[in-house]
Design a protein around this ligand. Structure first.
Ligand SMILES: C[S@@+](CC[C@H](N)C(=O)[O-])C[C@H]1O[C@@H](n2cnc3c(N)ncnc32)[C@H](O)[C@@H]1O
Length: 101
C-alpha cells in the first residue's frame, strides 16, 4: 500500500470472533482470515460485516476464504467473482415496502 494511504490508516488489534464492530465503513478487506472459522462463525461474521458497511460499501475477501456460498445475495451483491468483491445493496424504503436495488 502506498505510504500516502498508510499514513491515514488507524491500526488496531481486533478479535473478529469476540469483539464488537464499529460501523460506517466504505470498504472492508478480510483476506485469508475466515479460512480458520467454521460455517457458523463465518455466517455471524458476514452479518457483522454487513451491518458495519455503509449502503453501497465494498466487501473484499481472499481467494481461500470460501464464503461465497454463505453470502446472502439479497444483502451483498457479488460484483467481481474473480477478485471476490461484493457490494452492499442499498435498501430503499418506498410505500412501506422494502425494495432492494
Ligand atoms: C493467513 S493470515 C492472513 C493475513 C493477511 N490478512 C493476509 O492476507 O496476508 C491469517 C491472519 O488471521 C488472523 N486471525 C486469526 N483468527 C483471528 C480472529 N479471531 N480475529 C482476528 N484475526 C484473526 C491471524 O492473526 C493472522 O494474522
Amino acid at each position: 500500500m502506498k505510504s500516502e494511504l498508510v499514513d491515514h490508516v488507524e491500526f488496531k488489534y481486533h478479535n473478529l470472533i469476540t469483539d464488537r464492530f464499529p460501523t460506517g465503513f466504505d470498504i472492508i478487506f478480510c483476506r485469508n482470515v475466515m479460512i480458520y472459522f467454521d460455517a457458523t462463525a463465518k455466517r455471524r461474521l458476514l452479518d457483522q460485516f454487513y451491518d458495519s458497511l455503509k449502503p453501497g460499501g465494498y466487501f473484499i475477501i481472499g481467494f481461500y476464504d470460501a464464503v461465497t456460498n454463505l453470502v446472502d445475495d439479497a444483502k451483498l451483491e457479488l460484483i467481481d467473482p474473480t477478485a471476490r468483491i461484493f457490494r452492499k445493496r442499498e435498501i430503499v424504503n418506498s410505500n412501506d415496502d422494502l425494495a432492494v436495488t
